[in-house]
Design a protein. Structure first.
Length: 240
C-alpha cells in the first residue's frame, strides 16, 4: 500500500481482515452444480416415468450432462467476456473524457465525494490531487462513478471451466444409481434419495459460503430439485 504514514504501517500489519474473496468462483460453482443436479435429475426421472430402461436413461443422461456442461461453460465464458469488453469500452470513454473535459470530470469527482457528506474544503485537495495523477483519477472514476471493477483477464476461461466441471460433477450424481440398478423404476427411487441428499448438502454449503442461513438454503435447494423432478416424472407418465 503506497504512501502510508510509517507510524500507521504496524497497525495495518497487525490487522488482517477475514473477508471472503472468492465470490466469483463460488457463484460459478453454484450455477454449475445447481443446474447439474436438477436438470439431469429431472430428465432421468422423466425417462423413468416413461418406462425407459436404465441403460437408456443412463445414455440420455450422460449425453445431457456433456451437452449441458458445454452449453453452461460457453455461457459463462461469453458472460465474462462481455463483462470484460464492457469494462474496456467504458475505460476508453472515461479516459477520453478526462483528457477532453477535465473540468467536468473534476466536478463529477467533487459530486461523488459530496454524496458521502464530505465538505468542499475537505474534498477540494482530493480533487486537485487526483487531477495530478491521471491513472489514479481514471481508476477512481471507473470505480466510484461507474461502479465497475477491473475484471481478471483470465476470468472468462476460469468461469467456463469452473461452471462446466461443476455441472458434470453435479450431473453425474442422479445418474449413479442407473449404473448399478437395471430396472429404471427401481433406480429412480435410489436416484431421488441420492440427489436429495446431494441437494441438501449443496444447499447447506451454498448458504454457508454466501452468508445465508445454511439450513434454510439446504431445504430450499432440495425443495426446488424435488419439484423439478416431480414435474418431469408426472409429465412423462401422462404422455407415455
Amino acid at each position: 500500500m503506497a504512501n502510508i504514514e510509517p507510524e500507521k504501517q504496524p497497525l495495518l500489519n497487525q490487522h488482517r481482515e477475514k473477508h471472503f474473496t472468492a465470490g466469483e468462483i463460488v457463484r460459478d460453482v453454484i450455477i454449475g452444480v445447481s443446474d447439474g443436479l436438477t436438470v439431469p435429475f429431472a430428465l432421468a426421472a422423466g425417462l423413468s416415468g416413461a418406462n425407459a430402461t436404465s441403460s437408456i436413461v443412463l445414455t440420455a443422461g450422460i449425453a445431457e450432462v456433456a451437452a449441458g456442461a458445454i452449453s453452461m461453460g460457453l455461457g459463462g465464458y461469453l458472460a465474462a467476456k462481455s463483462e470484460a469488453d464492457h469494462y474496456a469500452r467504458e475505460l476508453k470513454r472515461e479516459q477520453e473524457e478526462i483528457i477532453t473535459v477535465p473540468d467536468a470530470e473534476a466536478a463529477e469527482v467533487a459530486g461523488i465525494l459530496a454524496d458521502y457528506g464530505i465538505e468542499p474544503h475537505e474534498y477540494g485537495p482530493v480533487v486537485n490531487a487526483l487531477r495530478k495523477k491521471p491513472q489514479a483519477w481514471l481508476e477512481f472514476m471507473m470505480k466510484f462513478e461507474l461502479g465497475l471493477e477491473k475484471p481478471d483477464p483470465r476470468r472468462a476461461l476460469h468461469s467456463a471451466l469452473t461452471i462446466a466441471i461443476a455441472y458434470v460433477l453435479g450431473g453425474m450424481v442422479p445418474l449413479i444409481p442407473y449404473m448399478f440398478i437395471p430396472r429404471a423404476t427401481d433406480a429412480v427411487l435410489a436416484s431421488v434419495a441420492v440427489t436429495l441428499v446431494a441437494l441438501l448438502i449443496f444447499g447447506y454449503a451454498k448458504g454457508y459460503f454466501t452468508g445465508n442461513k445454511p439450513v434454510k438454503s439446504a431445504l430450499q435447494t432440495a425443495f426446488i430439485g424435488a419439484i423439478a423432478s416431480a414435474a418431469a416424472f408426472g409429465m412423462a407418465k401422462a404422455v407415455a
